[in-house]
Write a protein that binds this ligand. Structure first.
Ligand SMILES: C[S@@+](CC[C@H](N)C(=O)[O-])C[C@H]1O[C@@H](n2cnc3c(N)ncnc32)[C@H](O)[C@@H]1O
Length: 246
């Protein structure tokens, strides 16, 4: 199974948020989660959020399946890291006040089981930071093109955003909005070199065709987008309705 081990060296350089955007996101998290003692970051990765949250005083424990991603988190002095599958957390029920997921649900085999585990271990909230984008998203274009070529997407394609539309959270707040412009070729190059997970299961012939399609349509263009980051907070009870068995 492909894992994030393959991108641990480039993850922070390719997925970091703009500093002003990160600051606004962290301010929002700090305000909303103030008073929380224990926070579990499921799919902690390199500690993109766990590290600054720990510096803000939260007691953060991270869980991940990728040893190399967690090695990066360890370099950032995040002490409590557990190698485990989000579908079966080796943790006691209600052992954390808050369970956080960012960019996890689109990756897992059984997102329902993961949500069930979050509901089980969190006593107060399951939270996520969700980015919505207006404008072309190469991830969506890549997946749609793959589907047209007979490579169906198997997972919860929109991840946490998909969960938000399936189960409306009682607390949700826009943290920051901004617009930007990027070179399409730079992003298509990144897809071509398979640094994004959407590309990992796609056989090389289909991958080459998809990349060619992206270049035919967007090569040489500048892409304008509007971004909106929201903090979304579900109570375990809200999510439990999705999982009557938990
Ligand atoms: C896109 S990264 C996001 C990391 C971090 N949350 C962030 O926002 O930067 C997804 C992480 O989830 C981890 N992951 C994927 N499937 C998992 C699973 N079933 N259980 C635990 N971690 C998983 C990957 O190894 C990777 O580190």
């Amino acid at each position: 199974m492909p894992t994030f081990d393959r991108v641990s060296e480039v993850y922070d350089a390719t997925r970091s948020l703009r500093p002003d955007v990160m600051e606004a996101v962290l301010d929002g998290l700090e305000q909303a989660l103030g008073g929380t003692n224990t926070l579990l970051d499921v799919g902690v990765g390199t500690g993109r959020f766990a590290d600054p949250l720990r510096r803000l005083g939260f007691e953060v424990v991270g869980v991940d399946l990728s040893r190399r991603m967690m090695a990066k988190a360890r370099e950032k002095q995040i002490p409590d890291l557990i190698l485990a599958d989000a579908e079966s957390l080796p943790l006691r029920s209600k052992s954390f006040e808050v369970a956080m997921i960012v960019h996890l649900l689109h990756l897992v085999d059984d997102w329902g089981r993961v949500v069930g585990e979050l509901v089980r271990v969190a006593s107060r909230y399951v939270v996520s930071v969700i980015e919505k984008v207006e404008g072309p998203r190469f991830r969506d274009l890549y997946i749609e093109s793959g589907e047209e070529l007979g490579q169906p997407a198997k997972k919860l394609r929109r991840g946490e955003e998909g969960l938000e539309s399936l189960c409306k959270p009682s607390r949700s707040r826009v943290l920051v909005r901004y617009a930007d412009e990027t070179e399409a070729d730079t992003e298509i190059d990144e897809y071509e070199s398979r640094i994004y997970s959407a590309t990992w299961d796609i056989p090389s012939t289909a991958h080459a065709k998809i990349v060619r399609r992206l270049r035919d349509e967007y090569g040489g263009k500048r892409i304008r987008r509007k971004h909106e980051f929201s903090l979304v907070m579900w109570t375990p009870r809200e999510l439990q309705n999705l999982h009557p068995s938990t």
